[in-house]
Design a protein around this ligand. Structure first.
Ligand code: KIV
Length: 285
């Protein structure tokens, strides 16, 4: 059955009607197809691929070319879901011009409908510049993993009153700034749920939470956390399956069957086709 592709206005309408938005990270065609089948609304090609696919300590080494490569695969698998490409570290921080060039690559080469970038007040002119060329931007405030060295670790943000970096007032101002700059939605990562509720009530754009409680307009999870494939999952993640165990069990069974000669069986094997005998040739006396 052909499905209607979700658009940016559809996501905005979901906030207005109170329908919660579901977002999951996807990194390739195979999983994008399955998540699309499950009617996940938004597929985020997250730079978390640096950690869950590439095995890096953090997201910082991920390159723009790598993100475009993965976005292209996800876009091919997403018949209904909105596809968001995550701008990697170093692809937008230099200047709004650099950010616009990167955003164009996400749309033109990757097939993304939206780009996401981290940061609030400091990213206003960047969000404005990308939006001005017709590319929708999703913001990301609270815990911004590309600033892990500045923050000093993956810590909950906005717990303390005040307006300094990481304080409650600053997270609120960041969210307001992202909306005012023209973002179409904002990810709230690792902030207290009452702060997320306040931001969600104040903003007109959807908030999508990760470690931000139930009062956001939507939720996002990293695919490997959701499927139980992550080596280390954060406290806020929920595993809806135990695929790591299933993969090890399946591979162990395969190894055992090959070693003992019980795979392949006759049913997995081919046979020579028996030649059809030629008709007898009449011999004249
Ligand atoms: O890169 C990513 O997967 C993200 C989510 C954690 C929101 O930014």
């Amino acid at each position: 059955m052909e499905r209607k592709k979700l658009t940016v206005p559809d996501i905005g309408r979901m906030k207005a009607t109170g329908e919660r938005i579901t977002m999951v990270t996807a990194y390739d065609w195979a999983f994008a197809r399955l998540l699309d089948e499950a009617e996940v609304d938004v597929l985020l090609v997250g730079d978390t691929l640096g950690v869950v696919l590439q095995g890096h300590e953090n997201t910082l080494p991920v390159t723009l070319d790598e993100m475009i490569y993965h976005t292209r695969m996800v876009a091919r698998g997403a018949r209904r879901a909105l596809v968001v490409g995550d701008m990697p570290f170093g692809s937008y921080q230099l200047s709004p011009t650099q950010a616009v060039e990167s955003a164009i690559r996400f749309v033109k080469d990757g097939g993304a409908q939206v780009v996401k970038l981290e940061g609030g007040i400091t990213m206003v002119s960047t969000i404005e510049a990308i939006t001005a060329i017709g590319v929708p931007v999703m913001g990301h405030v609270g815990l911004t993993p590309q600033s892990v060295h500045q923050i000093g670790g993956y810590r909950v943000q906005g717990r303390n009153r005040g307006h300094a970096r990481g304080d409650r007032g600053r997270v609120l101002d960041d969210a307001r700034a992202v909306e005012a700059a023209g973002a179409i939605a904002v990810v709230l990562e690792c902030i207290p749920q009452d702060l997320a509720a306040e931001i969600t009530a104040e903003l007109t754009i959807p908030t999508i939470g990760i470690g931000a409680g139930v009062h956001c307009d939507g939720q996002v999870l990293v695919l490997h956390d959701l499927l139980g494939l992550s080596a280390r999952a954060p406290k806020f993640a929920k595993a809806y399956a135990a695929l790591a165990d299933a993969v090890v069990d399946a591979a162990e069974t395969y190894v055992r069957e090959v070693k003992t000669g019980t795979f392949p069986t006759d049913a997995h094997s081919f046979h020579t086709i028996t030649p059809v005998p030629a008709p007898p040739v009449a011999v004249r006396a």
